[in-house]
Every structure is written in structure tokens, then in C-alpha cells.
Write a protein that binds this ligand. Structure first.
Ligand code: AVI
Length: 326
């Protein structure tokens, strides 16, 4: 018991140390930067749920349209011969979209094991319980941890062909260089014939994109500002949220949709024993949500060593799930 408690607090210290390191490194660099991967504490998760429910945030609805209404096409792409395989989902969360595919595959009697990967053991337990109730015949192996470590673990657990899902335009939260090295690492961690299915948000009318990230209710603003609250609570800092303002941009040429926080005044912020100075109107670069052209997706796949085998778009053609083979 004491050993377990000790191990848990060591893991927690490790997380806080790397959070503190990343925050200080980002805020000491020019321009100042924070990583959007830290948006998702309990409040951040809740705010993201509210974002997904906003009428203007089309991404979730579009990919849901694909998983709900084009399930047979998806299944045909990822398992053309219906041979046994493992279906691995990176950052599975509540698997809201993939559940439609799981249900279809179970009903077809296809032999597969669903392996959701998530950093949160709690989320995986909730998902396991939900899926066991909804689909009692589904075989599930939970993988708790970092993506690449868990992909390696999955390879030791079974030698069956792997299909990897990376949905929701999560790839858009990486810079193009990061996305390329991520896809290359994916390619190198898979065996030949394995496939990946990646959800990309496509370039479209720039107003449609900006409206999805610049809501008048201020939910996206709160989502960004919550990271400052998180730093206050977890790293003993004193950000005054009234002194920072959310600013959203979309560049239709590069496809980069970016969010910033603007310091409304010259101010000094203490973070533990460190002090960070802000000039009036100085920015913190918070998040990129990259939008893609067909050509960019093709280029990304090829540069990272994949062969494109198919793609499925939603009915508006705003979002695409692309399938690449190693
Ligand atoms: C999780 N990710 C794909 C979302 C996006 O669209 O980039 C996060 C988000 N940021 C603001 N709104 C939604």
C-alpha cells in the first residue's frame, strides 16, 4: 500500500516537473509559447465538450457523419479481407465516433480486438465499462500510457495486423514539421501491411473556419485562459485572467488557424520562484489547428513513408478520414 502511494506520488511529481519545465521554457522563449496539450485538465475537458457542442464547431459533426453514415466504406478500407486484426485508437477518450465502427465490425462477426490507448487510466476504465455494456462481444485490451510506448506494447501482445485510428483532427494541433515527424515515427513503429486512419480538417471558406474558433460566447477564449488558471493552481503562479485576452487568427494561404493570448498591460508574473515579464500587447502563442489541402495530406503521407489506399469525406466535404498503408 505504502509502496503504491509512493509510486503514485512519484508519477505525479514527474508530471508536475515536466509541466513546470515546459511552461517555463515556453514563456522564456521569444515569442512566448504554451503547449495546447496542457489544455485538458478537468475544466479543460469540460470546456472542450462545450466547444464540440457549439453549432459553429463543425469538425466533430463532420467526422461523426463519416463514422455514422459511411461505416461500411470505412470497414472495407481498413479490413478489406476480413482477416483477424487489432484496432488501436490513439487518444481514444470516450470513443464516441469509433463506437459506430466497433458496432458494425462486431455485428459482421469480424475477429478483431479493440485496443484504446489513452494517457488517462480513469478515462480507459469508463470507456471499458461503457463498451462492455453496449457491445458485450467486443474484445478490448486497454493500453494506458504514451502513444509510442503503447504501440510497442501492442506489438508484443499480438502479431495480428494493426489498424491505427487517429481521429478528430488531433494531427492539426501539431505544426507541419511535428506532424511529419509524428507520422514518420508512426510508420517506423508499424509493420508492413499495417494501416493508419487519420482525420484531417480540410481548408474551406475561411469564415467557416474562423467562426469555429472565435465563438461570441467566449467558450474557446475560456478554453485558452483555463491553461493560465491551471498554471496558477498547479505551479503556484499569479496570472490575473482579466489582464489577458484571447485572439484568434486564420491564414487561408498556409491553413494555420492559431490562437493567442494577448497581455493587456505590462506586467510581471510569478511562477513558483521564477518571474516572467510581459510587455503591453505581448502575445502567448497557444494553439495551432492546421487545416489541410488534398495536396498537403498526400505530401505528408508520402514524406512519412506511407502509401495512400483510400479516403472518406463527410457529406459537406469539409473533413476527411484518410487511410494510409505502411
Ligand atoms: C482537439 N483539437 C482537434 C481541437 C481543434 O479543433 O484544434 C481543439 C480546439 N481548440 C479550439 N477549439 C477546439
Amino acid at each position: 500500500m505504502n509502496v503504491q502511494l509512493n509510486q503514485d506520488s512519484q508519477v505525479e511529481n514527474f508530471h508536475t516537473d515536466s509541466f513546470r519545465f515546459d511552461v517555463l521554457e515556453g514563456l522564456k522563449s521569444h515569442p512566448k509559447k504554451l503547449s495546447s496539450k496542457y489544455f485538458y485538465d478537468k475544466t479543460g475537458d469540460h470546456l472542450f465538450q462545450r466547444i464540440m457542442a457549439m453549432p459553429d464547431y463543425y469538425l466533430t459533426k463532420c467526422e461523426l457523419d463519416i463514422f455514422k453514415n459511411k461505416t461500411a466504406d470505412l470497414a472495407r478500407l481498413i479490413t478489406p479481407d476480413n482477416e483477424p486484426f487489432d484496432l488501436i485508437e490513439l487518444g481514444a477518450g470516450d470513443a464516441m465516433k469509433s463506437t459506430f465502427l466497433l458496432k458494425y465490425l462486431v455485428e459482421k462477426g469480424i475477429d478483431f480486438t479493440y485496443m484504446p490507448i489513452d494517457i488517462s487510466g480513469n478515462i480507459l476504465s469508463i470507456l471499458h465499462e461503457k463498451l462492455s455494456n453496449e457491445l458485450p462481444n467486443l474484445k478490448i485490451t486497454k493500453l494506458e500510457g504514451e502513444y509510442f510506448e503503447m504501440l510497442q506494447k501492442a506489438a508484443t501482445l499480438s502479431s495480428r495486423r494493426k489498424v491505427i485510428l487517429f481521429l478528430g483532427s488531433n494531427i492539426g494541433n501539431m505544426s507541419l514539421e511535428e506532424a511529419e515527424s509524428f507520422c514518420r515515427a508512426l510508420n517506423q513503429n508499424l509493420a508492413s501491411d499495417d494501416v493508419v486512419l487519420i482525420g484531417f480538417d480540410m481548408k474551406k471558406n475561411p469564415h467557416t473556419i474562423l467562426n469555429a474558433y472565435n465563438d461570441k460566447e467566449g467558450i474557446t477564449a475560456a478554453f485558452n485562459l483555463n491553461l493560465l488558471t491551471r498554471i496558477n493552481t498547479e505551479l503556484d503562479a499569479n496570472f490575473n485572467l482579466q489582464q489577458f485576452q484571447h485572439y484568434q487568427t486564420y491564414d487561408p494561404v498556409s491553413g494555420a488557424c492559431k490562437s493567442f493570448l494577448v497581455s493587456l498591460t505590462e506586467q510581471n508574473i510569478n511562477i513558483g520562484n521564477d518571474c516572467i515579464s510581459f510587455k503591453e500587447n505581448e502575445l502567448i502563442d497557444m494553439e495551432i489547428s492546421q487545416k489541410f489541402s488534398e495536396e498537403k495530406i498526400k505530401e505528408l503521407g508520402e514524406k512519412s513513408g506511407f502509401r495512400m489506399i483510400g479516403e472518406i469525406k463527410d457529406s459537406k466535404k469539409w473533413f476527411v478520414d484518410t487511410v494510409w498503408q505502411v
